[in-house]
Design a protein around this ligand. Sequence first.
Ligand code: GLV
Ligand code: GLV
Length: 318
Amino acid sequence: MLPPAAMEFLEQHFNVEVNPEDRPLTREEILEKVKGRDAVLTQLVDKVDAELLDAAKGVKIIANYAVGYDNIDVDAATQRGVMISNTPDVLTDATAELAWALLFAAARRIVEADKYFRAGKYKSWSPMLLLGQGVSGKTLGVIGAGRIGTAFAVKAKGFNMRILYADEKPNPRFEEQTGGQYVDKETLLRESDFVSIHCPLLPSTRHLIGDKEFDLMKKTAVLINTARGPIVDEKALVRALKEGKIFAAGLDVYENEPAAEPELYEMDNVVLLPHIGSATTKSREDMGILAASNILDAYEGRVPRTLVNREVLNKLGK
Ligand code: GLV
Ligand code: GLV
């Protein structure tokens, strides 16, 4: 179900059929349900490939209820003249804030400390109890200088941090807003106390962080991933956490969602969240309204405001 405000908006304009379950549809269900639709609003767990696009023959637009769209074969959609839209901007701050929440939780062992307290283990204040890593004045490494990476780094100003970033190319807007310095990935990993991932999942970013990269990182470093799970080699992360190659990690995404590597569930030096980066009441509502607005744009002959595949416009003669 989408938030009520988004549902109302959709229902004002369209005949809507909604997945009534609080679970993703099965593949068979989706292939059946998309038949004959003008538009389909998808979630990031829905794989949109050539088979689904063919089942949805005649569909004008697939509106993804997410900023990331690695679940969609965009080329296959473009070839078939199907528009694809996503939900950027409205979730930028929410996701950047969650990355900070994870950073502090992992650095200061918040979840572990809470468990300790609840278990009745707190008997007396102690100089050595639950020591973590400080944040102020440290070096922050940002991988991916897009909207979310920028919003994340801007928020570091109050902590007086040195900011390094890595991306495919330098980003003047990022540098202007954050004072960050462009470096290669290896330099970033060697010098950063905190490394936070904000790039999209692409063939070139799959396993961007693996054994080799963990070897470069500081033993006191903290890794945060709120982007996409497969960017980190999760088995290598388990090894790094176990062997003390890094101090801790904070994850909101996993290689094989909804599961994580079994050993992670048992480890205290990792904070595990169920992909809630954009999960504020306002962001989730705005994402729904933006997805619906894209559908309305497509339906009424306008270019959808957050169209992903502009090339499709040539194909559609616009
Ligand atoms: C969530 O992961 C999104 O891409 O919006
Ligand atoms: C996500 O869309 C980003 O730009 O970081």
